[in-house]
Design a protein around this ligand. Sequence first.
Ligand code: G3I
Length: 347
Amino acid sequence: MNISTDLQRSSADGAATSLRRLAEARGLPVGAAVNMAALGGDDPRYAETLRAEFNACVAENAFKPSEVWIGPREYDFSVTDRLADFAAENGMLLRGHTLVWHQQTPRWLSSESGRGVPAEELSGLLRKYIHTMVARYKGRIAQWDVVNEAIHDPDPEGATPGLREESVWHRALGPDYLAQAFRWAHEADPDARLYYNDYEIEDLGPKSDAVYTLLRDLLAQGVPLHGIGFQGHLLNGWRVTEAHRANVRRFTELGLEWAVTEVDIRMRLDGAPPTPEQLADQAEGYEELTRLCVTDPQCRALIFWGFTDRYSWIPGFRKGWGASLPMDEEYLPKPAYHAVCKALTGK
Ligand code: G3I
């Protein structure tokens, strides 16, 4: 079976096509987070589907400090190089996720010796890590999530949340760690587009207000910040509203580009397969989100957080929920897949 041919889907008019061809016709990077174990695994469908259906990709975990930054001045690029090579061989835009995050921090940092690293020294180590990582993929990573999820979730009273001061990076470098990270990344690759990435900031509200203020202030300081990543971890039933449009607009009015960086639309299953109604509901949400992106030239990427339900993070982290991606566990397109294709064709 020629997997890549057989994987081509018939679009609404019956022509053999793929989601990738529609994305390329639109000039829009449309991609997926990659599970590197699956990419190198013994099921050829994973790699074949990824290269046939998408023109962009990002590592789900491989590019995180916990996986690469294995010692204070020691790095392991074996897995990241494998994805960078795959993306280059298959003409795919590559996103870098992520340089600075309060989670998945370097494992050595929580060791006895790591905990004792003075703040001044840790600042120098972070600078060296960012310079080394970004320089290694200079010209091959188009967009970096330089800082991920720096703002707290809103409290129940809905007060505007602040920076996650518990972050090891905030504790070591103070609130200036964000500006420093962006400056160091820009020094290493002046052509890379540098993003701030976060979740539950798609709508107007206290958290997106806090992110807006944060990014506006960084820009006012002359920080090389180019884009905002709306992760898009959504619940079935989600739809685009005027508030979403107003929220995106206020960031583009700051001069920022934007991307949907991690979209999945999960549904409550509780062990049962999704119903046709749930699948139709999900397709509507994906269609509206895709349309929001393709109709805005400032939207520079649409990235699913995986592409087959077989490898989604959701079931392991959101018990009872799942079926969040455009393809099912056998790589077959769901209504969501066809809805994304329809939005990409502009129909
Ligand atoms: O690699 C180790 C493996 O050696 C070990 O045997 C295994 C069991 O402990 O754990 C493996 O690491 C896991 C890693 O995924 C790779 O599979 C971590 O435990 C697990 O916590 C990690 O989960 C990832 C999660 O981020 C961490 O917070 C998910 O796969 C990943 O989808 C998720 O992605 C995040 C984005 O980066 C940021 N936005 C939210 C999104 C969803 O949480």
